[in-house]
Ligand binder design. Sequence first.
Ligand SMILES: Cc1cc2nc3c(=O)[nH]c(=O)nc-3n(C[C@H](O)[C@H](O)[C@H](O)COP(=O)(O)OP(=O)(O)OC[C@H]3O[C@@H](n4cnc5c(N)ncnc54)[C@H](O)[C@@H]3O)c2cc1C
Length: 506
Amino acid sequence: MPTQDTHFDLCIIGAGPAGYSAAIRALDYNIKICLIERRSIGGAGLYWGALVSKSLWELSDDYAKAKRTDRGYLAHNLKVSFASVLQTALNAAREKEDQMFKTLDHFKDKHKDQGTITFIKGDATFLDSQTVKVTSNSSEFLIKAKEYVVATGSKPRSFEHITTDQSKILDTDGILNLKKFPKKLLIVGAGIIGCEYATIFSNFGQTEIHLLDHADGILPFEDPDIARHISNNLVNNGVKIHHRARLISTEQDEHFILATIQYGDGHIQVIQTEKILISVGRVPNTSNLGLENTGVQLNEHGYIITDPDYKADTCIHAAGDVIAGTPALVNVAEMEARFVIRKLWSQQPKPLKIHNMPTIMFFKPEVAAVGMNERQARQKGIPYRLVFYSNSLLPRSIAMRATSGFIKILISDDASERIIGMRAVGPQASSLIMNIAYLMVTGHSVDDYLNTIHPHPCMPESILEALRVLKGTSLCKPEVFPNQCYTKRWTPESTEDDWHLRCNVI
Ligand SMILES: Cc1cc2nc3c(=O)[nH]c(=O)nc-3n(C[C@H](O)[C@H](O)[C@H](O)COP(=O)(O)OP(=O)(O)OC[C@H]3O[C@@H](n4cnc5c(N)ncnc54)[C@H](O)[C@@H]3O)c2cc1C
C-alpha cells in the first residue's frame, strides 16, 4: 500500500498478461505507474489458466510417451500422483511469477530514463473517471492518475442451474484444488479448454472421462478433418464423448455425483461420476468495478466496449479478456496492452494488426492455426487451392515414431499464390505454424519459402515438401501416396466436395 504517493501518470487495474505487459511497457516512457492486483500476479496467464494447464499438458504428454510399449523400452513401476504432478506445474508457474516480481521489485525505485512501478495488492473500484478506490487488507485509499488501463480479465462462466463448489463440481480455477486423480470425471463443454483437460487426464490414464458436447462434433469452428482427427484421438485415449448432450441436473451423495444427461433426441442417461469439470467459457470481470461511475460502456454480455484504439472513456483504456470483440488469449492481451501504452506515450503508434495471428490448441497432438481454414474460406466464398501433407511422409516424424498428424496450407487460387491460411496437427505444430505466419505477415511468396534450405530432418520440411507438391516438384508424389499428400481446388462454383471423403482417410 502506498503510504506517501497516490498520484500517478498511469494506473493499471489487473496484473494478468494485459495489465502486467502494460506496466512493463510503460516503464520505457519514463513515467510513474501504479499496478493494482487483487488476487495473484499473472492472472489467468499463470496459476489458474495458461501456464499451469500447459505444464500439466506437457507432463501428461511425457507420461503418455513413457507408458508406450512400442518404442524399444519398457518403463517398469511407472507411478504418478496428481498431487506431485500439480506441484510440478505450480512450480513452473512460481518460476515465472518470481521473474515478474523480480522485475517489479527492480523498478519500484527510479532508474535512469525509466519509470517506476508501484505494485499494490488490493481490489480497485472507480469512484469516478479520475479516481480509483483501493481496498487492501480492510484499509481503503484513493488513487489518482492521468490515464487508466482496465485489464481485469475474465473468470469462468457459471453453468445454468449447476453450482460449482470447487470440490466436487469444479470450474477451471478449481483444478488446483484436486488432491488426487478422480476415478471418474465428467467434463461439461467440448470447447478448447474442455478438450485440453480431456487430453491431460486421459494421457495420465488414471481417470474415466466423459466429455459432454452440446453439438454434433467437437471444435465446430475447425475443419471437419481436424475436428475428426482430434475426436478420434481422444476416443482412442479412452475419452467417452457424448454428442448433442446436456447436463440437466446433478444429485450428490457422500462419494459420487449422479449427473443426468439429456441427448438431442430427448433420451436421458444418468452417469455416476466422482467430479464434474464445468468448462463452458468465460465472462468478463466488470462487475463491482464501479464502471457505472465512469463513461465506460458495456455490451450486453458485460464486456467493455472500446474504440479501435482501445479507448473506453476520456482517460480510460481497456485491454485483454475484459474487452469485447478480440480473442481471449495471452498474446492478444499482451499486444493490446502494449498498443495502448504506445498510443498514449509515443508520437507514432503503429497500428495493431491481429489478423493472421497464429493460435495453438493443446490436444493429442497439438493443433496450430494461422489465417483462414477451409470452412472460413468457403463461408466467405474465397476460391483457394489446398495442399495436404501427412506427417507419415516426413523423415523427422518417422524418426520420432510420431506420424499422427498433417499440415494443410491454403493458397489463393490466382497467379499471386498468396498463402491465406495453414493448419498444423502434430508434434511441434506451434513452431511449425510460425514459418507460414511469418510469410503471411511479411508478404513473402511461396517461391521465397521454396528457396530456403532446411536443416534435415526437421518438422518444417513438411511445409517445404507440401509447397513442392503444389508446384509438382515434390519427392513424395501424390500418385504414389494419394491419401498422404494431395492438392485440391475449391471455388464457389465447386459442386464436387471431397471434404468428408478425405476426412475418412486421415
Ligand atoms: C485453463 C486456461 C487455459 C488457457 N490457456 C491458454 C493458452 O494456452 N494460450 C493462451 O494464449 N491463452 C490461454 N488462456 C487464456 C488466457 O489465460 C487469457 O486470455 C489471459 O490470461 C487474459 O489476460 P488478461 O490480463 O486480460 O486477464 P486475466 O489473466 O484474467 O487477469 C486479470 C487480472 O485482473 C485482476 N482483477 C480483476 N478485477 C480486479 C479489481 N477490481 N481490482 C484488482 N485486480 C483485479 C484479476 O485478479 C486478474 O489477476 C487460458 C485460459 C484458461 C482459463
